[in-house]
Design a protein around this ligand. Structure first.
Ligand SMILES: [Zn+2]
Length: 463
């Protein structure tokens, strides 16, 4: 069974009820980063965490100011020769709308069917709290930690982490570590333990096509001028071919090819394609030829129109050549694609395929880099074996089609490998009403963290 230190286990067992009460106390603080009226709650949540960190034995615990919501920092660095791990979680949560779909008040947590229900239960206050309680158990039983820990808990993750890159850059000198562990991801379908090995990046753009300042009579001008909506459709049709291959020159230049080991690992993931299809009621699945659905969704880049508009949208007929037409186009990127490198290639290609007779503007609305962690990294291997020892089965390795931009921020700013060890149940309703965290994931995950710190402390990064 678990190889966790019996003294730590005894402490965790004896403090179970108090731990749940503390978890609830933390969840009751409505730390919604996006809404200005919750500014004081953000400070209150940060101060609450600092109080906990200080009480259990961390040093230099502080509510560190940023231009917006504060970052919580603390460290404990008295394990010479042992690795230093920087732990990242976030204490802010998403707004609760639509409030009428919540079964109870979002900031009044309770336990139902073995799950904690409440905003932030899983994303990410619950997982932050797991790290607090794991460290507390180690401090309480031994007066020390088995390795060196730095804590960086952010308050803007749900609001695009505006301040974090600047804060990391400004504090780089005091953030020396061997690895970053982020707990803000989840298990695989069926609540099977999983480690996320990569995240996609993004490049988000808008295309604006115009023929003039006003709509034109399609009888008087049709056939004599280019139509912006037709032109936009032509541009979009040039972006991907019928096999789903993006046509922007150089788009795939930096894509890491999927090696056999990765494809085998991905094929081992339990995945019901038909259930996936019927859940979204799509008539069929589609995508790049030559890749499985999971590969297309997690390990290959994509290009999608997210919105398209222009011209007459009302009932009946209106015979115009619209003055302008628009589309939002985004690309999900994989390692080692760089949105800054791709952006001019995309812009130039759109301008090149645009028909004459219209003006075309291409703008970049946002971007974030992809990130990938080698599965043979010693901390990934140690995390996998700690998960196996505590949850009773080895984790699957997942490629997440979404983005957690902070992962790439840590990689770039601090030059550190990021390990994504998250414990949320996949049906946690993160960002949605009735968010939940399976209590067993929470409790067992705390033991996983204790065991991982113990093993990294004892064995170092050599394994
Ligand atoms: Zn999160």
């Amino acid at each position: 069974m678990t190889a966790i230190d019996p003294a730590v286990e005894a402490h965790l067992e004896a403090t179970r009820a108090a731990r749940l009460e503390s978890y609830f106390e933390f969840l009751r603080i409505p730390s919604i980063s996006a809404l200005p009226e919750h500014g004081p709650d953000m400070v209150r949540a940060a101060e609450w965490i600092v109080g906990e960190l200080t009480r259990m034995g961390f040093e230099h615990a502080e509510v560190s100011p940023t231009p917006w919501h504060p970052i919580v920092y603390a460290d404990w660095l008295h394990a010479p020769g042992a690795p230093t791990v920087l732990v990242y979680c976030h204490y802010d949560v998403q707004p609760v709308d639509p409030i009428e779909l919540w079964e109870t008040a979002p900031f009044d947590p309770f336990v139902k069917d073995g799950r904690v229900v409440g905003r932030g239960a899983a994303d990410d206050k619950g997982q932050l709290h797991m790290h607090l309680k794991a460290a507390e158990a180690l401090f309480a039983t031994r007066g020390r930690l088995p390795l060196n820990l730095r804590i960086v808990f952010e308050g803007e993750e749900e609001s695009t982490s505006v301040s974090l890159p600047g804060w990391l850059a400004a504090n780089r000198a005091r953030l020396g570590a061997d690895v970053v562990v982020i707990s803000d991801t989840g298990f695989h379908e069926g609540n099977l333990p999983a480690i996320t090995e990569s995240l996609r990046g993004i490049l988000y753009t808008q295309i604006d096509v115009a023929v003039g300042p006003i709509d034109l009579h399609s009888g008087s001008y049709g056939g004599a001028v280019e139509n912006p909506a037709n032109a936009l459709a032509r541009i979009i049709s040039e972006l991907k071919d019928r096999d789903g291959v993006v046509q922007v020159p150089g788009f795939y230049d930096d894509v890491r090819p999927l090696d056999e080991a990765t494809r085998t690992r991905m094929a081992a993931l339990p995945f019901d394609e038909e259930a996936f299809r019927s859940r979204i009621s799509a008539p069929a699945l589609a995508g790049e030829t030559g890749y499985t659905v999971l590969e297309r969704e997690g390990a290959r880049p994509t290009l999608d129109v997210n919105g398209i508009w222009g011209g007459f949208q009302g009932h009946g007929e209106k015979t115009i050549i619209p003055a302008h037409a628009h589309a939002k186009v985004s690309m999900r990127l994989v390692a080692d694609q760089d949105p800054e490198v791709l952006w001019p290639k995309f812009r130039d290609y759109v301008l090149q395929v645009a028909p004459p007779g219209v003006t075309v503007e291409v703008s970049k609305l946002g971007s974030g880099r992809p990130s990938a962690t080698p599965v043979d990294h010693p901390v990934v291997r140690a995390a996998a074996s700690a998960i196996e020892a505590t949850f009773g089965r080895p984790p699957f390795f997942r490629r997440n089609g979404g983005s957690i931009p902070v992962a790439a921020t840590f990689e770039e700013t601090l030059g550190l490998t990021v390990v994504l060890m998250g414990f949320a149940n996949p049906d946690s309703n993160a960002h949605a009403p009735n968010e939940t965290m399976v209590l067993d994931n929470y409790e067992t995950g705390i033991r996983t963290i204790c065991l991982l710190w113990d093993r990294l402390g004892a064995n170092g990064l050599g394994g």
